[in-house]
Design a protein around this ligand. Structure first.
Ligand code: SOE
Length: 386
């Protein structure tokens, strides 16, 4: 079993989540190749130096191109802001490096398709970071659907609600700028829901949506800041160029109906990533804020005990759980990244594509783009049109 030597671009929120996954993985999943934390890259030298030391990287660089020249790096992990994904991924693929890229894959569908084509042409492995697939409760939902235990699927209903920009004085951070983020709640939160829909139910045929930007101008930030930035009321303001909320309806190829809601304007909802699936034989309900649980209902239960039951997905019967703690000892957000990385390491060892890969990233981007077109043209749009 060969170690996988990693070079990573980005050191903020996702940089920390991925670094943590690389560090913890060998302790709990010794059966898969060990990720070796070679170099981390960021433009701000003081910031990246501090991150390298704190997260446990061997060293740091300030230009990602240096990572590509190194013979002792096998995998490039890209978690810089979305506008940087394409250039880095394509150059890394051409340099023969495997790719692990955060979502959304790119700013546009065209760019995402180019990234996939380049990765395929270079013959490297590629993965996209849809981490919520890897919560054991989500894996259980997938298993119940795949084994037919929910019967024919009628509905997929999903909502991802946050509230970190409700304050109109929250600054104009990069996630609110189209040229850097691509879109707002749609690509940031909706992308996760779309991937879960693909994973759990199947392909989406057509969509119709609507979106809104409730706060059109915000104070300009003094530096590159994240979700916990503080605004200054009297700072000059600039235009918000992304959606604050995007909702859409969908028809799946298998006949199921879907509804999706992504918003950053739901006070009280910090990170409510939820879905329900209703089938002819039962239903499941998931809420990320209670991520160890899956609510399960089977029509076949005896009349006197009909109802949703709470399954705590921490038993050896549940994906990844045996590697962790005794049943009932719950896990958290960071574990979804560890499980995702386990899948990546396994795939590299077995010389096959991991899942989800750039094809899944492109498929997600097709739906994002079809929704955008449907909003612009006020009509149903088929995913095959984009
Ligand atoms: C911020 O909205 C964010 O961190 C997203 O960027 C992540 O992808 C999502 O998992 C949680 O919220």
């Amino acid at each position: 079993m060969q170690d996988v030597r990693v070079g990573m671009v980005g050191y903020k929120f996702m940089g920390k989540a991925h670094s943590h996954a690389y560090r913890d993985l060998p302790m709990f999943f010794p059966q898969v190749p060990k990720p070796v934390m070679k170099l981390i890259c960021g433009r701000d030298e003081a910031g990246v130096k501090q991150a390298a030391e704190q997260f446990g990287w061997e060293g740091y660089v300030t230009d990602w191109r240096e990572l590509l020249q190194r013979d002792d790096i096998d995998l490039i992990d890209i978690n810089a802001p979305s506008d940087a994904h394409k250039e880095i991924a394509i150059a890394a693929a051409r340099a023969g490096k495997h790719l692990f890229c955060e979502k959304p894959l790119a700013l546009t569908l065209e760019d995402a398709r180019e990234m996939l084509a380049e990765a395929e042409a270079a013959g490297v492995k590629h993965m996209v970071g849809f981490n919520y697939r890897f919560a054991p409760a989500v894996q259980l939902a997938k298993k119940l659907v795949a084994e037919g235990r929910l019967g024919q699927i009628y509905h997929f209903r999903a909502w991802f609600l946050q509230d970190w920009i409700v304050d109109p004085d929250f600054p104009l951070v990069w996630r609110l700028q189209k040229e850097i983020a691509g879109s707002g709640s749609h690509g940031d939160l909706g992308a996760h829901l779309i991937d879960l829909a693909h994973f759990l139910v199947g392909d989406i045929d057509e969509v119709i949506g609507m979106s809104e930007t409730f706060v059109k101008e915000r104070p300009l930030p003094s530096s590159m800041t994240g979700l916990s930035a503080k605004g200054a009321k009297d700072a000059p303001r600039g235009p918000v160029t992304v959606d604050d909320a995007t909702l859409f309806m969908a028809r799946f190829s298998n006949g199921a109906l879907g509804s999706f809601e992504a918003t950053r304007f739901a006070p009280g909802h910090r990170c409510t990533n939820s879905f329900e699936i209703n089938g002819s034989l039962g239903s499941v309900k998931f809420d990320f804020e209670r991520m160890n649980e899956l609510q399960v209902y089977f029509t076949s239960d005896a009349d006197d005990v009909q109802g949703f039951r709470r399954v705590l997905a921490t038993d050896p019967a549940h994906a990844y759980s045996e590697a962790w703690w005794p049943p009932g000892h719950t896990i958290g957000y960071e574990h979804t990244f560890i499980h995702e990385t386990v899948e990546l390491m396994k795939a590299l060892e077995e010389n096959r594509q991991p899942a989800p890969d750039f094809r899944d990233g492109v498929k997600c981007q097709e739906v994002l783009e079809a929704v955008d077109r449907s909003i612009a043209e006020r009509r149903w749009v088929k995913t095959s049109e984009v």
